[in-house]
Design a protein around this ligand. Structure first.
Ligand SMILES: Nc1ncnc2c1ncn2[C@@H]1O[C@H](COP(=O)(O)OP(=O)(O)OP(=O)(O)O)[C@@H](O)[C@H]1O
Ligand SMILES: [Mg+2]
Length: 471
């Protein structure tokens, strides 16, 4: 399986070689956002490649006047997620400058309350992975999940990076806005236009996104910031979301800067007017882990020809002061069953190691394949049911229910096995005829869902009655 990762690296490498030839490279980068562990071979390889051939891209903007290296981006006042939404905004609020009728107003508290839908931090990590997995159809071959160091304050940050199609400036704006989903494909996991915001804000107070995209022979890169810390500390009492994207102006929530590559001059040109660039860049450099425009461009360069790099920082803490996202506890088991099928050419790299995909259905003893026809829905669904290899000496049972390839309900207990009829019985099915809730950790409790529950209960008991003598 490791070879698959290598294929991805090779693809990145050859495209980077192509990029190097076509771009004018003229400075050596300073590397700032460092991986905690030397073991992350993929990143290491990226880095050593970068140091062999210089990667810094010339920009037409003189960054010396725009960077604010002296200001440290401070941690949010409250580091516990479940308490961070409790503040008295009457004392603090500062009127926002945009009062026009062309804007919707959303209170910054919404950023926080929207994120409370994720009770579990790994459920939030899964949303960020979903966005990378949805990029497989745009050429993604890997997604990296790792911890890195935020050089501003020495704290741990979360890195999620893929080599998918990336986002052009318009897509970046939609990514940072609420309820806009670009995904038209029936097979895409994403549908609500909400996952990025809820999950990143559930994991940490702040997130910065770097993305590179080639579309219609145009190469762009965009950097966006969603910062609860910034909104709190500058006492913004509202997030302004543009209702029509082409009336977009400087937006106090969706801070982003965009560049387009000019192949003739070999330079990155800004897509903003001078004032816009100055405003957005100064906020980005003050409130994100990157302190200079040069570092910001270096981060984009690290992506390669196309893809997206997300850094969630000022990660939330538990009441005992420890980070909620515990990198030491092993999320690998969850990640290994998160998708029903992962294409051969795609790898999930968790802290430098390829996550081995685990097909539970293929592991079952005495499997049975049962067709289920939901009422009023076309087609039927295949359920695989059987005993876990370890049965009966195992305390696990239930159904892994997927929706569009993504695990929504892990080991759903449709029966209690106090009467023993179900112990060790596990099933797997993809239920695309019911809808997941917005956090993708449950399904909507509709009558169709309830019928499915009843049928799975019967299936378990019938299976048990016929097969319990075999174990
Ligand atoms: N890694 C990525 N690569 C490319 N585009 C991305 C990436 N992450 C987010 N986006 C873009 O940002 C948009 C918003 O993402 P978000 O996760 O909020 O919503 P969604 O995936 O469309 O729907 P859902 O709320 O169901 O997850 C996506 O529709 C996609 O266009
Ligand atoms: Mg999504």
């Amino acid at each position: 399986m490791y070879g698959i990762g290598e294929v991805g690296v090779k693809a990145v490498k050859s495209e980077q070689d192509y990029m190097r030839r076509s771009m004018q490279l003229n400075q050596t980068p300073k590397f700032d956002l460092t991986s905690h562990e030397e073991s992350n071979s993929l990143i290491r390889r990226h880095e050593s490649e970068k140091s062999r051939g210089s990667t810094f891209l010339k920009t037409q903007v003189d960054d010396s006047s725009l960077c604010s290296t002296s200001s440290i981006c401070s941690a949010p006042i409250c580091r516990q997620f479940w308490r961070a939404g409790n503040y008295d905004d009457r004392l603090n609020s500062k009127p926002a400058s945009q009062n026009g009728t062309g804007y919707l107003r959303i209170h910054p508290k919404f950023l926080h309350s929207n994120a409370t839908s994720h009770k579990w931090v790994f459920g939030a990590v899964a949303e960020l992975l979903d966005n990378s997995v949805d990029e497989i159809q745009n050429g993604a071959t890997f997604v990296i999940v790792d911890k890195i160091l935020n050089p501003r304050n020495g704290t741990t940050a979360l890195l999620i990076q893929d080599d998918g199609g990336g986002m052009d400036p318009e897509a970046m704006r939609r990514c940072l806005s609420f309820g806009f989903s670009d995904k038209k494909s029936k097979t895409a996991i994403g549908q609500y236009g909400n996952g990025f915001k809820t999950s990143s804000m559930r994991l940490g107070a702040d997130v910065v996104v770097f993305s590179r995209c080639q579309k219609n022979r145009t190469l762009t890169q965009s950097v966006g910031l969603l910062s609860y810390t910034y909104l709190m500390q500058t006492r913004q009492d509202r997030i302004v979301v543009p209702m029509v994207s082409n009336t977009f102006e400087i937006n106090r929530c969706n801070i982003h800067v965009d560049y387009q590559f000019n192949a003739n001059s070999g330079t990155w040109n800004t897509l903003h007017n001078e004032q816009q660039l100055k405003n957005n860049l100064s906020i980005l450099l003050q409130w994100s882990p990157v302190a200079t425009e040069a570092e910001l461009l270096k981060q984009c360069d690290d992506i390669g020809p196309h893809g997206t790099k997300i850094i969630v920082y000022n990660l939330w803490h538990n009441d005992d002061g420890k980070m909620e996202l515990d990198f030491e506890s092993d999320p690998e088991a969850y990640l290994s069953i998160l998708y029903l099928q992962v294409p051969e050419k795609f790898s999930i790299l968790l802290r430098g190691r390829v996550v081995e995909y685990h097909n539970i259905a293929a592991d079952l003893k005495f499997p049975e394949f049962i067709m289920y026809r939901p009422q009023n829905v076309e087609g039927s669904v295949l359920t695989t049911i059987g005993f876990l290899k370890e049965a009966p000496a195992v305390n696990i049972h239930g159904f892994n229910v997927y929706h569009k390839n993504r695990l929504i309900l892990p080991f759903w207990h449709v029966v209690t096995y106090s009467d023993s009829r179900g112990r060790g019985v596990v099933g797997v099915l993809e239920a695309n005829f019911i809808e997941p809730t917005h956090n993708k950790q449950e399904f909507e409790k509709t009558p169709v869902f309830q019928k499915l529950e009843t049928r799975l209960k019967e299936m378990t008991q019938e299976y048990w009655d016929y097969h319990c003598g075999l174990i």
